[in-house]
Ligand binder design. Structure first.
Ligand SMILES: Cc1cc2nc3c(=O)[nH]c(=O)nc-3n(C[C@H](O)[C@H](O)[C@H](O)COP(=O)(O)OP(=O)(O)OC[C@H]3O[C@@H](n4cnc5c(N)ncnc54)[C@H](O)[C@@H]3O)c2cc1C
Length: 337
């Protein structure tokens, strides 16, 4: 691990100032970084993947570790709220069940006790070439995505190119499905953006980053609006092993049903298959106005994966994701919401 300064701000303004005034850098992986639970950042630092000159510890900033609101008002979730807090929160379990499920699906209880929402959304990709110190891939300033023609079993089938990473966060697809927005604090004040517009594809913006955050900005809060579909939401994740693991594919789904049990609104967002949480609006529109039948669900799943372009070793993700979509939609139709 490279030597770094440790800074302990007690306010958001101080944290921004510490990020802004850190030593200049040429490589984005050498910029000062905010640290929350450290469950991802420290791993990348130990492997020399990120080499920040300064770490700005967010944990002493008051007020960012609270969950406020309920099913009627919607939720305000501070960036330092832990994954365990989300998983165990009674209002979330009752009115936003998919969000509690997504949090529960992450890693192990120990990691969920330390890992925060802000850190979960900003964690770096898990592609093994990216995580290998010696492999200087596109995302680390190299000229090639080694996964494109190499070992790509875990990589993207949608939205990939020129890098084929998949977005690793389990909270992100569910929060996008629930219409969440994110508040970002920076030197010029606060801005709030829909989470759907927070993440960037490798073909957009800088290939070295996965979102719109600048090096001197931090997430302070996530807002989840009250909606008619939040109570009928679910998160299904397929992992290669039964203990903690990242998603090979996942589905965040939510439905509002009419009294005649037809779909009034549908939200479907895929995880583990694209460099960002991957919303499938065409499949959502297909379901609108229709009952949840085996035929409609199968067609929606087919439509959702229409644009998939698998690499040599990951075509299995297409039927896998389709199966998850079908299961999620049937589960939602059976829920008492
Ligand atoms: C063994 C293992 C298994 C895991 N399994 C999963 C899994 O199944 N699903 C999953 O989603 N994750 C998984 N993770 C990743 C990790 O647990 C989560 O991402 C965790 O939520 C990270 O939060 P943190 O607070 O520890 O982040 P940190 O490590 O502190 O930070 C992560 C990144 O986010 C940035 N950051 C942190 N807070 C902010 C903020 N407020 N504003 C801006 N940037 C910020 C940091 O600079 C850093 O780049 C796993 C991790 C490990 C080690």
């Amino acid at each position: 691990m490279k030597r770094f300064e440790w800074a302990n701000p007690t306010s958001v303004a101080e944290a921004i100032d510490l990020l802004r005034s850190a030593p200049p850098f040429e490589d984005p992986d050498e910029a000062a970084r905010p640290i929350a639970g450290g469950q991802d950042l420290l791993t990348t630092m130990k492997e020399y993947i990120q080499r920040p000159s300064r770490l700005v510890n967010l944990k002493n900033i008051r007020g960012l570790n609270r969950i406020e609101g309920d099913g009627r008002k919607g939720l305000r979730i501070g960036a330092l709220v832990t994954l365990s807090q989300i998983e165990e929160h009674p209002e979330i379990k009752r009115h936003f069940p998919g969000l509690a499920e997504a949090a529960h699906s992450i890693a192990s209880p120990q990691i969920r006790n330390l890992g925060t929402v802000g850190g979960n959304l900003c964690q770096r990709p898990r592609c093994w070439y990216y995580r290998l110190e010696e492999a200087v891939c596109l995302k680390k300033g190299g000229t090639q995505c080694f996964a494109a023609s190499g070992e790509n079993k875990y990589n993207a089938i949608l939205g990939g190119g020129p890098s084929y990473i998949v977005h690793p966060s389990d909270l992100a697809p569910m929060l996008v499905a629930l219409g969440a927005s994110v508040t970002i604090a920076g030197p010029d004040g606060n801005r709030t953006v829909p989470l759907e517009k927070f993440f960037t594809l490798p073909s957009e913006g800088s290939i070295r980053r996965e979102n719109i955050l600048r090096h001197d900005e931090i997430i302070t809060e996530i807002e989840v609006p009250a909606s008619r579909f939040a109570a009928r939401s679910t998160y299904l994740k397929f992992k290669e092993r039964a203990s903690f693991d990242f998603a090979l594919a996942s589905v965040a789904a939510a439905l509002e049903l009419s009294e005649d049990r037809t779909v009034r609104q549908a939200r479907l967002v895929l995880g583990g298959v694209a460099p960002t949480p991957w919303r499938v609006p065409k499949a959502e529109s297909f379901l609108t106005g229709k009952p949840i039948t085996a035929e409609n669900v199968a067609e929606a799943a087919k439509i959702a994966l229409e644009g998939a372009r698998p690499l040599a070793h990951n075509a299995y993700k297409i039927p896998l994701t389709q199966a998850l979509i079908r299961r999620a939609l049937h589960r939602l139709a059976e829920m008492n919401a």
